[in-house]
Design a protein around this ligand. Structure first.
Ligand SMILES: NC(=O)c1ccc[n+]([C@@H]2O[C@H](COP(=O)([O-])OP(=O)(O)OC[C@H]3O[C@@H](n4cnc5c(N)ncnc54)[C@H](OP(=O)(O)O)[C@@H]3O)[C@@H](O)[C@H]2O)c1
Length: 369
């Protein structure tokens, strides 16, 4: 029987993959890298995350403390000697500091710790696949383009945030420093919500759309398109890439692609329908960041109690990504037999329902850890 080591199961993507595994019938041993004081506390952290995916207590009983590999990628020497690593056949590496904030651990965890982990796993003789979760945005895409799936690395690329630079750098380091590693890189585009559970597992990024529509202005045009996928589709794709026939070294987007990306105008209409309101439509204005800064004093009236500086920073960073108007080619995944993803607007009503009563500053917290 295969042994799958998953990192990041207390998070959004890792949790969605574990949801699929626990609801499925595939027999496999699980090893879960978790940060906690002891294994009992570790498995409780995992269970608590899985409850956001509405898993029954009966299903959660399949999770046991002996599946926990206690460890921190910021201090990998603490778990790399664990003898259980020798029997791992597959790794799904979802863990990372996935924050646009100035988290001082971004480099230590996403680059240094992850590289030490990859080096260790490259010595495991029975390892068949090391599926690393990158991010499509790490390639610093050209605006207004359909981005191809490419392993090209540009050392001097200008990144909007340290997070994407760290994700780009670790991919390159794993390639050059771990030639034995059976590495496949999955690069999800923008993961928002879940088709059944909406934003209950995570409010990550959903608030950006609500924020722009509440302001009735933002940095992108309503005609710009955005490449969004739901986390459960992402999880299905990751499981396919873990087991599927694919050459080592491949880079695969998990994305909506040209066909299933949506325009902000479509998001406006779908969101308005879910809220039983009129769309913003013609009242929307595409503005510069400087115009948003001038609205500083109005932010509390629009959004309630908030940290104005953080709100403006969020608008600047997410606005810069939104105005790129990029879509990420999903040819490889579709050619492997993966169905096309649902459009964001197909399940946006569920996201609206599950964020009801949560302010924008409350929803944002998850992205500025
Ligand atoms: N969400 C997106 O839109 C998106 C898009 C493209 C790519 N990705 C990639 O997908 C992956 C998962 O992202 P996510 O959205 O699921 O993030 P998330 O919800 O913030 O989860 C991050 C996971 O990583 C773990 N982690 C963080 N620091 C760690 C450390 N020092 N040692 C061990 N584990 C650590 C966290 O554990 P704790 O609970 O202990 O903090 C958590 O389980 C990341 O690699 C990210 O770059 C995400």
């Amino acid at each position: 029987m295969n042994t799958l080591l998953i990192t990041g199961v207390t998070g959004f993507l890792g949790g969605a993959v574990l949801e699929k595994i626990l609801n499925g019938n595939d027999a496999m041993n699980l090893l879960l890298l978790v940060r906690a004081n002891d294994a009992a506390a570790g498995i409780e952290r995992v269970k608590s995350n899985m409850r956001k995916f509405n898993l029954s207590e009966e299903t959660l009983q399949r999770l046991t403390a002996d599946q926990v590999l206690l460890g921190d990628l910021g201090e990998p020497e603490g778990f790399l000697d664990d003898p259980r690593l020798e029997s791992v056949t597959h790794v799904l590496n979802c863990a990372a500091v996935a924050s646009f904030g100035n988290n001082p651990l971004v480099w230590k965890v996403n680059v240094e710790g992850t590289l030490a982990f990859a080096r260790r796993m490259s010595q495991v003789t029975g390892l068949q696949r090391f599926l690393h979760v990158g991010t499509a945005m790490s390639c610093t895409p050209e605006p207004d383009s359909l981005v191809p799936e490419s392993a090209e690395f540009r050392e001097n690329a200008e990144h909007l945030v340290t997070y994407t630079r760290s994700k780009s750098t670790i991919e390159q380091l794993m390639r050059t420093e771990c030639p034995q590693l059976p590495l496949v890189i999955a690069r999800p585009s923008i993961v928002v919500g879940h088709t059944s559970h909406g934003c209950q597992p995570s409010t990550s990024i959903f608030w950006v759309f609500s924020m722009g529509l509440m302001l009735q202005k933002f940095i992108c045009s309503l005609e710009d398109r955005i490449d969004v996928i739901p986390v459960d589709y992402c999880a299905d794709a990751l499981l396919m890439l873990l087991k599927g026939q694919i050459a080592n070294g491949e880079v695969v987007h998990i994305s909506a692609g040209e066909e299933n990306s949506v325009r902000f105008a479509d998001i406006d209409r779908a969101m308005a329908k879910a809220l039983e309101k009129a769309p913003v439509g013609d009242k929307y204005a595409q503005v510069s960041y400087e115009t948003l800064v001038k609205m500083r004093r109005e932010l509390k009236d629009i959004f309630g109690p908030c940290n104005e500086r953080l709100m403006l920073k969020a608008m600047r960073l997410y606005g810069a990504f939104a105005e790129l108007n990029v879509r990420f080619s999903n040819d490889k995944l579709l050619s492997m037999g993966m169905p096309k993803p649902p459009r964001f607007t197909d399940y946006i009503a569920r996201c609206v329902q599950t964020t009801h009563g949560l302010s924008i500053p409350q929803q944002m917290e998850v992205d500025f850890k």
